[in-house]
Design a binder for this molecule. Structure first.
Ligand code: C2E
Ligand code: MG
Ligand code: MG
Ligand code: MG
Length: 281
């Protein structure tokens, strides 16, 4: 009987493994169509400067909602898009959406919109491998009626970023066009200080995992404080990611980081809500 139960257990695991594979291949199949038919849509999350009490920037985050699959997290569909190469098309979609949002914000000019406000778009390291990246991004922005000065590109740390000179040249070319660049998720994965002191980054975003580690650990809080101090001395803006409470915001502030992107400030929201957003309560 125990053997039979064990066998059933294995079958159940297999079944859910099969379900996972089915789901992944369905997402893979639906993703491309989603870009054009609206099942893929942008959400916008404000980055708020608590010291100056004003908006620092806004990050565009892709959202996928399918009638059968329901809401699919980018943590699930972005890796699939990277594997299939569809990330190149998705990345251009995001740039166009961000440009249109920037245009809508500027046309409306709420009091908190500054002339130098940028919308941040995530750039996959897979996209960095494309020789036409710079031209593609530039023409996507121009065709949408905007300027690279309206956007900031977020890159996660990677070995190729630190080591491949062809990729570094692409980044310099993007910057020469007017885009600014941010290092995303700093503190996890492949970290190198070599590109921190380089000329191409304007902003550093501290990963939420560093914040969580620092809660209740003074030595780990010192790590955040040191990163913030170093980044500021290098002339970089610093954004703290993922504060969900006032206590977590206070930790960032105590460590010198007063620009925060987190649920306690605001959750990612549709463009309509963003246009009415008045700042954190
Ligand atoms: P990311 O670029 O680090 O984006 C921040 C993520 O943290 C978002 O998750 C956001 O919803 C989440 N977040 C913000 N504040 C809080 C908080 O207070 N608590 C918690 N628990 N989470 C918070 P999301 O939207 O699920 O995106 C996950 C990742 O997917 C992004 O991480 C980014 O790497 C990737 N991604 C999303 N959209 C795109 C895209 O258009 N292109 C590319 N290449 N990647 C994207
Ligand atoms: Mg990001
Ligand atoms: Mg991030
Ligand atoms: Mg992150």
């Amino acid at each position: 009987e125990a053997k039979a139960a064990g066998k059933n257990h294995v079958l159940a695991l297999d079944e859910s493994g099969q379900q996972r594979r089915d789901r992944r291949s369905k997402i893979r199949r639906e993703l491309e169509a989603s870009i054009t038919d609206g099942r893929l849509f942008p959400a916008f999350q404000p980055q708020w400067d608590l010291q100056r009490n004003r908006l620092h920037g806004i990050e565009l985050l892709a959202r996928m909602s399918d009638p059968e699959l329901g809401a699919v997290s980018p943590a699930e569909f972005i890796p699939l898009a990277e594997e299939s190469g569809l990330i190149v098309k998705l990345g251009l979609w995001a740039v166009v959406e961000a440009t249109q949002a920037a245009k809508a914000l500027r046309a409306r000019m709420p009091s908190w919109v500054r002339e130098d406000l940028r919308i941040s778009v995530n750039l996959s390291s897979v996209q960095l491998g494309s020789p036409t990246l710079v031209d593609d991004l530039n023409s996507a922005v121009r065709t949408a009626g905007g300027k690279p000065e309206w956007l900031r590109l977020e890159l996660t740390e990677s070995r190729q970023l630190a080591e491949a000179s062809v990729i570094r040249q692409r980044l310099l070319n993007l910057r020469a066009l007017g885009f600014t660049l941010a290092i995303d998720d700093f503190g996890v994965g492949y970290s190198s200080f070599s590109y921190l002191s380089s000329d191409f980054f304007d902003e550093l975003k501290i990963d939420r995992s560093l914040l969580l580690a620092a809660m209740g650990s003074p030595t780990r809080a010192v790590v955040i404080g040191s990163i913030v101090a170093m980044a500021h001395r290098l002339g970089l803006d610093v954004v703290g990611e993922g504060a969900e409470s006032e206590e977590q915001e206070d930790l960032y502030i105590a460590q010198g980081c007063s620009v925060i992107q987190g649920f306690h400030i605001a959750r990612p929201m549709p463009l309509d809500s963003l246009l009415d957003w008045q700042g954190p309560k």
